[in-house]
Design a protein around this ligand. Structure first.
Ligand code: 9D3
Length: 241
């Protein structure tokens, strides 16, 4: 999978792509990330990437010419790849969208800055527009990193543990149970005794109850959509005691 990223701040991508699973995936050639500085495609002598909005108002708008020149230069070597604009006006990014994107061999991600990009870029040069959530960022770069991270880990061979990408908690609509590791007593805080008892059935039932309890408390929206089995209802009630 190749990601081509268009940005005026390519250095924002260095360390996030140089650590952890994404770095491993790049080293192993499972993904490639190519950064393109939009400013390099600006033809004017000051390499301007933004301009004042027609109609007036606050802030600046990203000019279409440098973005489109960058798109054309990276498309010169093949068929038009799937092109996504990161924008607060996009549809909400989700695990389902990440899964679909992970099946595409090449993605182009355009990171907006300022008030956004000229609408003609959005309308005529992108296939999709994504937002990562209802909060205000300073630009699309962190959103693009979120998309790369979420998509990369779904590519076969990227995760050490092959099965786990499939059954992650947002594939199933239940939050995960709590996790504990050594020491058994940390500054007076102990691990729930059931996890030390060695009875795998008891542990499974406790974890399921905790997962349901957390989901009801933290994500009532997800909990409302669950169809609980008889056992689930029993474990959920037990977890509340
Ligand atoms: C005057 C209104 N503007 C500032 C509040 C709107 C605005 C423009 C540009 C708000 C944010 C941004 C920059 N954000 C992104 O480019 C962005 C984003 C986001 O802010 N939240 C969630 N997902 C994304 S994807 C790109």
């Amino acid at each position: 999978m190749i990601f081509d990223i268009l940005t005026i701040f390519p250095s924002m991508f260095s360390s996030p792509l140089e650590e952890g699973m994404v770095a491993k995936a790049r080293e192993r050639g499972l993904i490639r990330v190519r950064l393109h500085n939009i400013r390099d495609y600006a033809e004017d002598k000051h390499h301007m990437t933004d301009d004042r909005p027609f109609g007036g108002g606050e802030g600046m708008v990203m000019k279409p010419e440098p973005i489109v020149a960058a798109l054309r230069s990276i498309q010169a070597d093949g068929p038009a790849p799937r092109t996504i604009l990161l924008t607060p006006q996009g549809r909400l990014f989700s695990q389902e969208i990440a899964r679909r994107l992970s099946e595409i061999p090449r993605l182009v991600l355009i990171c907006g800055r300022y008030e956004g990009v000229d609408e003609r870029v959005a309308q005529h040069f992108t296939d999709d527009q994504l937002s990562i959530g209802d909060y205000v960022l300073t630009g699309g770069e962190l959103a693009a990193l979120v998309v790369v991270d979420a998509v990369a880990r779904l590519i076969p061979g990227v995760l050490g543990n092959e099965g786990s990408a499939l059954e992650d908690s947002f594939s199933r609509p239940v939050l995960e149970h709590p996790h504990f590791t050594r020491p058994r007593d940390f500054e007076g805080m102990s691990v729930p005794p059931v996890l030390l008892c060695g009875n795998h059935e008891s542990i499974r039932r406790w974890r399921r109850g905790q997962a349901l309890l957390r989901t009801s408390e933290r994500r009532p929206d997800l909990f409302a959509g669950l169809e609980l089995s008889r056992e689930d209802r029993e474990l959920f009630e037990e977890s509340k005691k």
